[in-house]
Design a protein around this ligand. Sequence first.
Ligand code: SF4
Length: 375
Amino acid sequence: MMGDGLVAIRPPSRGLPRPAVPNLRDMDRERLGQWLAQRVPGPSFRATQIFEWLHRHRAASLEDMSNVSRADRAALAERAGLERLAVDLVQRASDGTRKLRLRTPDGHAIESVLIPNEGRGLTQCVSSMVGCSLTCRFCATATLGFTRNLATWEIVDQVYQAQDLLEREAQQSGERFTPRITNLVFMGMGEPLHNYQQVRRALAILTDERGAAIAGRRITVSSAGLVPAIRRFGREGLHQEVGLAISLNASDDRTRDQVMPINTRWPIAELLAAVRELPPNRRRQVTFEYVLLAGVNDSPQDARRLGDLLGDLGGMLNVIPFNPHPGAPFDRPTPARVQQFVQQCRRRDLPVHVRTPRGDDIAAACGQLALEDRR
Ligand code: SF4
């Protein structure tokens, strides 16, 4: 069933690329204002103007910034960059899911997925690392290993590239309205809380009312269980602004140690203790992700233990039938088994939502496209 021996939890020792000049999209509005004051002095309202060009209008070049003076644009061109990701592959599934493979300036492949909502708009799943610093056994990204963290601009540009793609598609098909990205989940490649600073700044940029203005309540950051970072997330008030999802995937430490080696460092009791420390008014909004693996974590005993573990927390349990990918040591449970598991959880008063597998006819498991790129 599972591989032999536990894999060590590797800290993200390799940081970020160091470009010769900073990327303007790397700065939140406050930081941009400070940077401009030092490097290109001028009126303070200019920071908001430039921020709007970058994050609301998704300007491709400094030349587009028509209300910024020619002299300022020339000064900016000498001192800063506007590099972007490149879209090198788009896969479309029959259910409307689109998977994007994006290329960083130093040549790495990362992934982002667009999933149509049941109502209007789309949810985008964004990446926070090239590869991942953790080693969850059910995950295709884990087999890539960790290459580096993504810079803030590389996180936010995934959203802008995807919105640009939707606009191009709408133009080509003659649609009057372009569908909008309304929800974000940080559940793509990488453990977002292992790249805390960059993710935090990306959240500040993406929720800024002068930029993309995505509502914080429509954003969820997922963690595999990095306890110190979850505590920091609560302490710094991020949990008041965006949702938190915990990738749980087992109901006992023995199974979780094997499915998610991070559990050997921070076992379930410690992880749930960190969740209980979050402000009480927000604790209920934590969701627990549970990838259902046939014969591993889908028994009636698992449902009973989950009831005991999570009953008092009141958060939603998101059951995700495993999305098989080549070489994965697990299988997806049958629909009947999934239903049975869900009923058993509900009998224990757990609010459960089953996430329908999306994009089954494309390489939908997180990390698959990046893996194919390396073959
Ligand atoms: S599930 Fe998430 S945290 Fe775990 S290895 Fe995959 S990308 Fe990393």
